[in-house]
Ligand binder design. Structure first.
Ligand SMILES: *Cc1c(COP(=O)(O)O)cnc(C)c1O
Length: 403
């Protein structure tokens, strides 16, 4: 991007629409081109280098593709990162980062409650490679400090974490990690770049599932890692293009289209979620509503300091959650009973505490179990508040709950 352009792209909405995109040089097309070609006609002199892609010369779409590249540039501008690498899914991004950074003999500190598939690969697959993993509640700074070892290469945090909506103080954790010489990676999918910029708080890598708020429409899987060029150029060259979890240009194009309205959508997600959370909090059948934008959130002060937007995720608990889930799934008319989140459609799903603790989160200490019980107990409803009218969402919940 030219310096003049950079100086004019000050607002989030301008960046979301224009960053990374340029009218097509041949046709003048104003909207981004969708380039589905897997291969590109190359100059015999050019050779086969990944670096050539960084100068805008393409060879093969697993190495780099012009449509995917436009999305990567837009994401980097939104996150205020030097660069971005896109992946086929959030898990594609996460697994590539772990395989790239960790080798046998290394140690990593991972959030004890984080996206379930990440937890699952760090339970068996990664330790099976001779990499030691310590799971800690990263909201507990003393626990993070105590977990650090001389061979700790990576600290991996998710805030707010899925599904608990528990927060981690990123500036404080970054301080601990920096002193130890390890790298800090933050999954910021729930927060989004509109709320929190982990790189500005001292993180080395930011991860997003583009499937959620950034794509925003529930029709394209995608993922990204953002950070410094000196870290991500080797990650692309040595790991990402070899493991092959690259993003389809069609999905990149859809996600870019979704991103054009990203800041506007986040404002409505937040407004709607606050209204729905307030409604749930006063409903007699609901107990324990967790939303970072509510003063009742256990870490409300941290939420206000670290999140410029409280996003659209709420959790709540009910007596007999499992039976209530079956009832609600049958009665809700607008809100879909489905996994995933961050879409324009509202989604709700019941997460059974015992099942999750057995399959995903193997909590090892009394403190970890206590924190889980405080937030989730035997199970929680995870509600992703969409962009419908808040009054309609509240009416839908009311009729389903009161019936
Ligand atoms: C969904 C999600 C992921 C995984 O993303 P996929 O695109 O489904 O692979 C990772 N982290 C968080 C916090 C998520 O919500």
């Amino acid at each position: 991007m030219s310096d003049l352009k950079k100086s004019l792209f000050t607002g989030e909405q301008t960046k979301a629409i224009h960053a990374g995109e340029t009218p097509d040089a041949v046709s003048g097309a104003s909207a981004p081109n969708l380039v589905m070609s897997t291969t590109f006609v190359v100059d015999t002199e050019a050779g086969f280098s990944v670096e050539s892609m960084e100068d805008g010369a393409y060879v093969y779409s697993r190495w780099g593709n012009p449509t995917v590249h436009q999305l990567e540039e837009k994401l980097a501008v939104l996150e205020n990162a030097e660069t971005a690498v896109a992946f086929a899914s959030g898990m594609g991004a996460i697994s590539t980062l772990l395989f790239h950074l960790l080798k046998a003999g290394d140690h990593a500190v991972i959030s004890d409650v984080a996206y379930a598939a990440l937890s699952e690969i760090t339970n068996e697959m990664i330790p099976g490679l001779g990499i030691e993993i310590t799971k800690v509640n990263t909201s507990d700074l003393e626990a993070v400090r105590n977990a650090m070892r001389p061979n700790t290469r990576l600290v991996y945090v998710e805030t707010p974490c899925n599904p608990l909506l528990r927060l981690t103080d990123l500036a404080a954790v970054a301080g601990i990690v920096r002193r130890s010489g390890a790298k800090l990676a933050v999954d910021s999918t729930f927060a989004t770049p509109l709320a929190t910029r982990p790189l500005e708080l001292g993180a080395d890598f930011v991860i997003h599932s583009l499937t959620k708020y950034l794509g925003g429409h529930g029709d394209a899987l995608g993922g990204a890692i953002l950070g410094r060029k000196e870290d991500l150029a080797p990650l692309r060259r040595k790991t990402s293009i070899r493991l092959g979890g690259c993003l389809s240009p069609f999905n990149a194009w859809l996600i870019m289209r979704g991103l054009a309205t990203f800041p506007i959508r986040m404002r409505v997600h937040q407004e709607n979620a606050l209204q729905v959370a307030t409604f749930l909090e006063q409903h007699p059948k609901i107990r324990n509503v967790i939303y970072p934008g509510l003063p009742s959130h256990p870490q409300y002060e941290l939420a206000k300091r670290q999140m410029k937007n409280f996003s659209g995720m709420i959790t709540f608990r009910m007596e007999n959650g499992r039976e209530q889930a079956a009832r609600l799934a049958g009665k809700l008319q607008i809100i879909h009973y489905a996994v995933s989140l961050g879409h324009h459609r509202s989604l709700i799903f019941y997460l059974n505490g015992r099942d999750l603790l057995e399959t995903s989160f193997k909590l090892s200490t009394r403190e970890q179990q206590q924190s889980w019980d405080d937030y989730a107990g035997e199970g929680i409803f995870r509600l992703s508040v969409g962009l419908e009218d808040a009054t309609d969402l509240i009416s839908d919940l009311q009729q389903a709950l009161d019936d």
